[in-house]
Design a protein around this ligand. Structure first.
Ligand code: MRU
Length: 366
């Protein structure tokens, strides 16, 4: 990848430890794209709030933040023995788990941290604490490798669909980019890998849905892709059908927050309508997801908890003045579920899964 893009990735790293390893150093995504500011989180309350307020967001990045959050805050636990330490650790885990309900990576990462502590329980508490830092580092490093694999597989699909001399049109929703992960993103990974494999930014034309109400597409995806030199167009969510009808979109890539075992996939609100449109216009619709996003305990989309957020995000946020009457009832779910039969494939790091998804997940040992 070219140096400028690598430098950009370095500048916007979502989550890392402070050099003293006593806190989380995150880029505050609520300030992007106007202000690129890193902030430090030390207490469990600061970490909880940063996740809740979307200062750090996107399923894999939330998992990494929670893992480091557990390591950093567990380091301060004063306990006589493992049993007392473990009790305090589980309290931290349960508290961080209550920050957001939908992205399963949060619970997956927290469980992995708990399991690591249990695996070390015969050792000294200092060793257990050090192991928690090691596990969080590992979760972060694995995420880079996982999204790279997703990118390779997605790039394979782009190569098949691309016509000589024409940019391939890709539509994406929300931000499943570098800002949502530890490096390549999931939905953006095929684009970044395309650059690594020698494509020019003009070989692709990425259409970013603005993504109401929190504008992750406009503020974050368009920001990253413009930095990468990829031809990028931003449209409001209700403009996607016009683009699809005109033949400009050849493939859709989105991320996701939780996949049920039958393939139903929860992602940012509005994803389901993109999938319905894609089906109508005969455009392949792919979900890009690390296998940690597949929740084997969840039979179908009806069992995925959907986060409801504040009405203010719809009525007044981003506006100079309130744009809806006081007291109006507001519907503001943060996610929706795309039915599995609308999904062409789910690209995981282990392979591309097709319907019946449960069989493919089993085949790939997910
Ligand atoms: O509310 P957000 O911004 O955390 O929602 C993010 C998404 O919906 C992403 O598409 C998803 O987490 C996948 S990120 C690789």
């Amino acid at each position: 990848m070219h140096k400028e893009l690598d430098d950009f990735f370095e500048d916007v790293i979502t989550v890392r430890l402070t050099p003293e390893r006593d806190g989380l150093d995150i880029i505050d995504q609520t300030l992007l794209p106007g202000i690129r500011k890193r902030i430090c989180l030390r207490t469990k309350e600061e970490i909880w709030n940063a996740i809740r307020e979307l200062k750090v967001r996107g399923a894999p990045a939330i998992g990494v933040a929670a893992a480091y959050g557990m390591a950093v805050t567990a380091d301060h636990i004063q306990a006589e023995d493992f049993s007392a330490f473990y009790h305090a650790l589980v309290e931290i885990k349960n508290y961080l788990a209550s920050s957001r309900p939908t992205a399963v990576n949060l619970f997956w990462a927290l469980n992995r941290m708990e399991q690591r502590a249990l695996a070390e329980k015969e050792k000294s508490l200092d060793t257990v604490k050090a192991a928690l830092f090691e596990e969080a580092d590992r979760i972060r490093e694995e995420d880079v490798a996982i999204s790279r694999n997703i990118g390779e597989l997605g790039f394979g699909l782009l190569k098949k669909l691309k016509k000589e001399g024409e940019p391939i049109g890709i539509l994406t929703h929300c931000n499943a980019g570098t800002l949502a992960t530890a490096k390549y993103g999931t939905a953006t990974a095929p684009m970044y890998l395309a650059l690594e494999h020698g494509w020019e930014g003009t070989d692709m034309h990425v259409y970013c849905d603005e993504t109401r109400p929190l504008l992750q597409g406009a503020r974050l995806t368009a920001y990253e892709l413009c930095h990468a030199g990829i031809t990028t167009t931003l449209q409001c969510d209700n403009m996607a059908s016009v683009l699809m009808k005109s033949g400009k979109i050849h493939i859709v890539f989105t991320g996701c927050d939780r996949v049920a075992i039958n393939g139903d996939s929860a992602n940012k609100i509005g994803t389901n309508q993109v999938a319905i449109l894609a089906r109508h216009y005969g455009i392949p619709f792919y979900i890009c997801a690390p296998s940690s996003t597949i929740d084997k305990s969840c039979p179908d989309g009806d069992h995925i908890p959907i986060e409801q957020r504040s009405p203010d995000e719809v009525t007044q946020m981003w506006y100079k003045e309130r744009m809806a009457p006081e007291g109006v009832d507001v519907f503001n779910p943060a996610f929706d579920v795309t039915d599995h039969d609308l999904i062409t494939g789910i690209i995981t790091e282990k392979g591309v899964c097709h319907a019946p998804f449960a069989e493919d997940f089993a085949r790939l040992k997910i």
